[in-house]
Every structure is written in structure tokens, then in C-alpha cells.
Design a protein around this ligand. Structure first.
Ligand SMILES: [Zn+2]
Length: 162
């Protein structure tokens, strides 16, 4: 598990401009890729881990969004979890994979969003996700590995091929 930290990877060129703006504060550098990650709620880590939860350490965990970095969650003291430790594949790690879920609550894949976008005329998936969120049907903090709403990602994916 900690082995992932021993293999530094080179950040991909052009990656930074696709990353969302990091929130102020709560940052910590990923031990694997060296990029700043965002603090993630402990409940999200607990929900997504496919491992016995007694591996968790006290203190904050962070989410690494770097696509070519194998680390998904990490602890400030160096503990790392990759997708192999999780119950879900992570959209940020496969930003070009049509089979990856972008919306984990309503189960919309990147491919479905892209196909719809190619047809033009707006995104019914964006509308459906928005309606679901407004209806309180989402559970982003326990279903989405990023621990927060997917809507920004869904909109961006719909725009990319529009
Ligand atoms: Zn990383």
C-alpha cells in the first residue's frame, strides 16, 4: 500500500490547466506526484475504501486529482491508497475513458455524456443530474470519490465535445 509512494511519476504536460481551481487552505502535496491535493472528508474515504477501515490513521486525508498519478487518497504522513484499494474507479484518473462514471449518484458515464453532446441541443444528462441534486437524491460525499457534487465535471464533459 505504501509502495505507491516510492514510485514518483512525472506530471503530464498540460495537465494543470484541466485541474479545477483548488480551494483555499486545506492543501497538502501528494507524496506520489508532488501536486497539491484537496482535503477530503473522512466519511468519503471510509465509504470508498474496499479495505478494513482500521488501516485509517488519525488526521486529515487528501484527494489527488492528477490523472497519471496512481494515488487517489493520501495521508499527510505518507500513507497512500490507489484505485486497487477502492470500491470505485475514479473519473479523475481516467479522464478519457468512455466507460468511467462521471456522475456516481445517477450513474452517468463519460461516454454517455459525450455521445449526447455530439448530438447537440443541450445535455439532458446535465438537466437530469441537476434535477436529482435539487430533489436531494444525490449522495456525493459517500458515492463520488471526489467527495463532492459531480455537476461541474458533467458540465465540463458535456462542453468538451459540444
Ligand atoms: Zn498524486
Amino acid at each position: 500500500m505504501d509502495d505507491c509512494c516510492a514510485v514518483p511519476t512525472t506530471p503530464a504536460k498540460g495537465e494543470a490547466d484541466r485541474l479545477p481551481i483548488l480551494e483555499q487552505g486545506g492543501r497538502s502535496l501528494c507524496p506520489t506526484c508532488g501536486r497539491a491535493g484537496r482535503k477530503i472528508e473522512r466519511l468519503t474515504v471510509k465509504s470508498l475504501l474496499a479495505r478494513p477501515l482500521d488501516v485509517l490513521r488519525p488526521g486529515d486525508y487528501f484527494f489527488c486529482e492528477t490523472a497519471d498519478c496512481p494515488t487517489v487518497y493520501y495521508h499527510a504522513e505518507g500513507q497512500c491508497f490507489s484505485e486497487a484499494d477502492l470500491r470505485e474507479r475514479v473519473y479523475q484518473k481516467h479522464p478519457q475513458d468512455d466507460t468511467i462514471l462521471v456522475c456516481y449518484c445517477f450513474q452517468h458515464t463519460l461516454g454517455a455524456i459525450r455521445r449526447e453532446a455530439l448530438g447537440g441541443g443541450g445535455s439532458r444528462i446535465v438537466e437530469a443530474v441537476t434535477a436529482g441534486v435539487q430533489a436531494g437524491q444525490c449522495a456525493c460525499e459517500v458515492r463520488n470519490p471526489q467527495g463532492r457534487c459531480c455537476l461541474g465535471n458533467v458540465r465540463a464533459a458535456a462542453r468538451r465535445d459540444a
